[in-house]
Design a binder for this molecule. Sequence first.
Ligand code: DX5
Ligand code: ZN
Length: 217
Amino acid sequence: MKNYVAPSLLAANKDKLLEEIKLAEDSGAEFLHYDVMDGKFVENVSFSLEEFKQIAKKHKMINDVHVMISDPDVQAIEYAKAGAGIVTFHLEAFTCPSCMSKVINEIHKHNTKVGISIKPNTPVRYLVPFLKVIDLVLIMSVEPGKGGQAFIKSALKKIKFLRKYINKHQLDVLIEVDGGINDITGPLARKAGADILVAGSYLFGHDDFKKRLEKLR
Ligand code: DX5
Ligand code: ZN
């Protein structure tokens, strides 16, 4: 198990994005979490591909791109080309498993890792058939779409299940958790077996960013 942290740019001050990115990097974050929302898969709209291109190469953290979009089969690949280290799409955005396999292969062709995310109401067992061919699972601990929501505890059960399964089958898959992470829920997620904690509102906008990040280790 790893103890990585991925600050979520969604909560950063957009007027000084590069400064915020530097703060995350200087504080020791390994990943930079980048939320893409299209106003269809989720209600809100957030960062775009163009904005991603402007920041993707301005730091040395791994670009951890979480696409909450309805057509990842079309767009996910563009993020891989533009410098994403990981592209994670939602299982719920697909209707057929073979379409998902196709996207996974396409992303891998660009030497980019692939993650699959599930929403709070999606059973964790749906991820099992893909664990041998992906690099990361992203367990949503809030409904995707906005920051600052409360952690949904049923995510812990999913993380525990995955940790057990991944260890038992010796799979090389990271477990990431996203939504409502703070100094109370973060340690619970670690204890359950999460490798990467995504945190937005708990980190950005606070003077003690680095101290807070260290509490998530
Ligand atoms: C929500 C996003 C999260 C969000 C988390 O849909 O996927 O990455 O930024 O925000 P907090 O940490 O504030 O819950
Ligand atoms: Zn996210």
